[in-house]
Design a protein around this ligand. Structure first.
Ligand code: EPU
Length: 428
């Protein structure tokens, strides 16, 4: 008999206490790819203990690296000669593995990485990755489901991105560090995870300036060396706890992420009526003692409101006083989880990339299904505001991005459990 895991949370909860947030998934995965750029031993600290990191470790092993994971510490031994191919089986499980394309091309002169396709939040193209690498002299195209790139030595180029894509910025950056000459990436992504990647690349001997701005300048170098790096804190996990605190009228100190890295999101919480206090040493406190007031949210590339916090913004709207207009500008499928949120009694209407959420006094617990990492966490958090129990299925999505999610909920005083139920009992 097959069994499946579900996360059960009980409503009427209030988040209170302290929570420590580990390093960012979306940084650590790219830092691991960056380790491919230099033969020898690279170590990465403060990585989150999540399944995506284990899958990325497997991707690197197939490329010839030895990788050990020990809590938050990752050790990567990169060989002189890498295998230049990442197969579909792994790339399908981890879309982010496309970020090995740039480093492989720079190191091996060719790379074959399975085309990752779309996923439950949208179509997710690669045209900007391809155009950027091609500007640097790569012969790049799609063959039998693979992105195939060749270049004896990449050369520096001026690259203007149509949109500040996180993944395209990272792939082009990791190719440019070993290219001949100077590369300028304009309209580059400015996320804290990009800044973290640049910090690590520079500590490996790269010459990159402009991190955190829209223009990155990369002076190519001949070789790079391994390094030891600590991952920046996960602002999306931190934001998830912050929204949960406001929705449950709680009081939580979040440690491991500075408020500066999620200012736009925290400003929304302040507008909803919360008190947000910056604390020293990458920490902040969120307090709420009344029903939140509805706020409008528009997702945008950093420093705009993060698309990965959209399910939390919808959850907040669902319990606020008034109506919220939520606009999604990054992923065409981000609203796919809305039907699940409606199963909890939320009043949500979507039209294209807008959603109108009319707040209700309370939601009511129900079985719901996680369709992606952030939707899963958003549904669990909304369940804390619902009468009775909410069971979130397909929890492997939550495991991909939230280390010890249930333990962290419990440590904040919430009744939550992870239970294994027979497949056929679980009708949802
Ligand atoms: N896009 C293109 N062509 C490209 C590249 C991107 O059309 O060549 C489009 C995408 O289809 C999408 C938009 O541009 O509509 C933004 O894509 P971007 O490249 O910025 O995102 P990503 O690198 O695929 C990362 C995170 C996402 C996060 C986004 C936006 C990782 C592994 N993933 O994705 O995180 O939502 O940036 O901030 O870093 C998550 O952690 O749950 C997650 C989905």
């Amino acid at each position: 008999m097959t069994r499946v895991d579900v996360i059960r949370v009980y409503g009427g909860a209030r988040l209170a206490g302290e929570v420590a947030v580990a390093g960012a998934k979306n940084s650590a995965l790219k830092l691991m790819a960056a380790a491919l750029l230099a033969p020898g031993r690279t170590t990465i600290a403060n990585a989150p203990a999540i399944t995506d990191i284990s899958i990325m470790a497997e991707v690197l092993r197939r490329l010839g690296c030895q990788v050990t994971l020990d809590g938050g510490d990752i050790t990567i031994d990169t060989p002189e000669r890498l295998e230049p191919e990442a197969d579909y089986d792994l790339v399908r499980r981890l879309r982010a593995s496309i970020c090995v394309l740039g480093p492989l091309l720079a190191r091996c002169g060719h790379a074959r990485v399975a085309h990752p396709g779309g996923d439950a939040i949208g179509s997710r193209g690669l045209d900007m990755h391809v155009a950027g690498l091609s500007r640097m002299g790569a012969d790049i195209g799609s063959e039998h489901g693979f992105v195939v790139a060749r270049a004896t030595r990449l050369s520096g180029a001026s690259i203007w991105l149509d949109f500040p894509s996180v993944g395209a910025t990272e792939n082009i950056l990791m190719a440019a560090v070993l290219a001949q000459g100077t590369t300028v990436i304009d309209n580059a992504a400015r996320e804290p995870e990009i800044v973290d990647l640049v910090t690590m690349l520079n500590s490996m001997g790269a010459h990159v300036t402009g991190e955190g701005t829209s223009t990155l300048t990369v002076e190519g170098v001949e070789t790079m060396h391994p390094t030891a790096h600590r991952t920046v804190g996960d602002r999306i996990v931190a934001g998830t706890w912050a929204f949960g605190t406001v929705m449950t009228r709680g009081d939580v100190v979040v440690r491991g992420v500075g408020a500066g890295n999620l200012r736009t999101a925290l400003d929304k919480l302040t507008a909803a009526g919360a008190e947000v206090e910056d604390l020293p040493d990458d920490a902040f406190r969120v307090r709420m003692d009344a029903r939140p007031t509805a706020v409008d949210v528009v997702t945008l590339p950093y420093p705009g409101f993060a698309t990965d916090l959209l399910p939390m913004a919808i959850g907040l709207g669902a319990v606020s006083a008034g109506a919220s207009l939520i606009t999604e500008n990054i992923f065409d499928g981000r609203f796919m989880f809305v039907n699940e949120m409606s199963r909890l009694g939320a009043d949500i209407r979507t039209d294209g990339h807008h959603a109108v959420v009319r707040g209700r006094e309370r939601l009511s617990g129900a079985p719901v299904r996680a369709s992606d990492i952030r939707a899963g966490a958003g549904l669990a958090i909304a369940g804390l505001c619902a009468e009775g129990a909410t069971e979130v299925s397909h929890v492997h999505h939550i495991d991909r991005g939230y280390p010890n999610f249930v333990d962290q909920l419990r440590s904040l005083g919430v009744k939550a459990e992870r239970v294994t139920v027979p497949d056929e009992d679980y009708r949802y």
